[in-house]
Ligand binder design. Sequence first.
Ligand code: 5AD
Ligand code: FES
Length: 417
Amino acid sequence: MKNGTDFKLRADLRRLIFTAFGGSLRARGFFFGNKAVRRPAGERRDIARCRAKVGVRLLTKDEISTRLRAASAADIENLRRNAYETMRAHVGEKVYYRGIVELSNLCVRNCEYCGIRLGNDAVTRYSLEPDEIVQAALWCAAQGYGSTVLQSGERSDAPFVDMITSVILEIKEQSRSKKLPEGLGITLSLGEQPLEVYEQWRAAGAHRYLLRIETSNRELFEKIHPAEQTFENRLSALADLRRAGFQVGTGVMIGLPWQTVEMLADDVLFFKSRDVDMVGMGPFIPHEDTPFSRACLGDAILPDEKRFQLALNMIAVTRLVCPDINIASTTALQAMVQNGREQGLLYGANVTMPNLTPSSVRKNYRLYDGKPCLDETKSECRTCLERRVRSVGRAVGFDEWGDAPHARKRSESLEAK
Ligand code: 5AD
Ligand code: FES
């Protein structure tokens, strides 16, 4: 098996060398059939751009699927090691924190899988006061976390939109310091909104937005959402986020009912084709008060160990295909396995999200069963997470926003145009 894998790696390397050298020589017009023909400069630039793109995405859909299926100890370790080395080469080994504030569990949507869906009457609903959100974010800045994520159930009513705007302005204003001259980095995870709302929040100072596609397969998307939540709307929301000037993150759940490895391979290609800056994904975990409870799904989902390993393999393959983006090691991994988040970091993730939600309401923001850290305070989460990060030989990037190199490169190339 090892020889087979080595061979595959050598073949990948050959293809890389071909693309890097043969490709670029051709793009410059040195070879054309047997004759050297010089192409016009504009055309040469276009070709070079295409070649460069192909050069970065070395893996075909079949190759991605094969890697996602890695199941023997040797294949898994090989995949993990490649992903880790790719991470080291492109984004480094630092882990960036995003202190997450789950600011409200009110939600107007009804995703079949989600514990805070509108139709779940068993949830005690809450919304933090604007000042509680600001204070949590300022605590995060004082700890040196560098960035915060503001997440909630979905709402688009004017009072909510305006409250978020003023919270962003307040956090930016109050978190400026010598260490953070631009203030705390703010990532939003507040669902689908009209373009004007995205623009308003971007203008207020948030600069990243996470909106998971959940699955890039239209049919599967339709099976896990009610009819009014359409795949088209999700796609256009992702496009609007880019238009509004955000660094864009997306992601999927892994191990959904009806989901195949080929669909997951398409998800990875979707991340690549949408040129995303960040990916956050984790295993699907049934919630008992949803239509997708364990009791309802029965054996329609993979056993826990397989779903967990598939989630790790997805992180690794995403790192191989999108080497310079930020990838989060999510709490859902830790919900399945005690050291799940550490394992995510070992498979190529470079971001993690300490929980800043006040302990009094944490248990009410339960998207899936078994969510960890429900009784811990934010200080306890800080100590615990730092120990976890250190245990895998990594250091935290304190007092930095920790933007993905991918985002930086895109903004530099836009400025150059
Ligand atoms: N299992 C795993 N992840 C879930 N999410 C929501 N419900 C579940 C679940 N049951 C994820 C979705 C959503 C994110 C905020 O949480 O991917 O986008
Ligand atoms: Fe709230 Fe899906 S249930 S966004």
